[in-house]
Design a protein around this ligand. Sequence first.
Ligand SMILES: Nc1nc2c(ncn2[C@@H]2O[C@H](COP(=O)(O)OP(=O)(O)OP(=O)(O)O)[C@@H](O)[C@H]2O)c(=O)[nH]1
Ligand SMILES: [Mg+2]
Length: 245
Amino acid sequence: MSDAIVVIPTYNEIENIEAIIEAVFAQKRAFDVLVVDDNSPDGTHKKVQELQQKYSSRLFLEVRNAKTGLGTAYIHGFRWALARDYEYIFEMDADFSHNPADLERLLAACENEGADVAIGSRYVKGVNVVNWPMNRVLMSYFASKYVRFITRIPIHDTTAGFVCYRRKVLETIGLDNIRFVGYAFQIELKFKAWKLGFNIKEVSVIFTDRTKGVSKMDSSIFSEAFFGIIKMKIRSMFTKTKRHA
Ligand SMILES: Nc1nc2c(ncn2[C@@H]2O[C@H](COP(=O)(O)OP(=O)(O)OP(=O)(O)O)[C@@H](O)[C@H]2O)c(=O)[nH]1
Ligand SMILES: [Mg+2]
């Protein structure tokens, strides 16, 4: 068993799943993989089961009954990982927007540079996004600025979904207290980690739009984030957060 696990949530990722798993296992450093699939109609989980024959000791699968959102899929995966001995718990998409070759750089930030949270960030140096339509780049970039303005969080890429968490961060945040499911989920975790005083480091990565399969992003996810973070900020002003150290 590795001390690092990559949690990959999937919904209809049959065109990507095998390649992304193989790409993680091709890294020099050993990473385990947990796929959290929402009973994808395209049979993504069946492909994972097939691959488990080959990678029985390092590929794991959790299948939920129905599509219930990215945030709850991650919470499910985090609980699974925390119940085992993993020290480094990663979030990564299945669609190759996040490059598995960057996993080791995120890990190094935690292992060698003292970070408790390492974020694969698109906006550390300018805008590192490939193949997104301009309106999506602008929306994402200004969303990040908006979140910084409202929350004062000192992070450039607050909606990033490519992250390494040390286990103590997820244990201290308390997964029962997470409210959001979409992009707001990503913001909420980072905001809570920052409020608790954890050390957060952004590692510059290049984000590439998916070339296979379809996006699950919709406008409800956007409005949850837009209004949700204002509520989150206001709530935080009335709750005392004890810093972890
Ligand atoms: N288990 C689970 N996985 C999901 C759900 N929604 C999205 N995902 C997965 O979460 C990851 C990110 O979803 P995407 O659709 O790529 O969202 P996105 O990256 O914001 O959108 P695109 O840039 O258009 O790809 C992918 O691996 C999806 O398969 C869900 O409700 N349940
Ligand atoms: Mg994507």
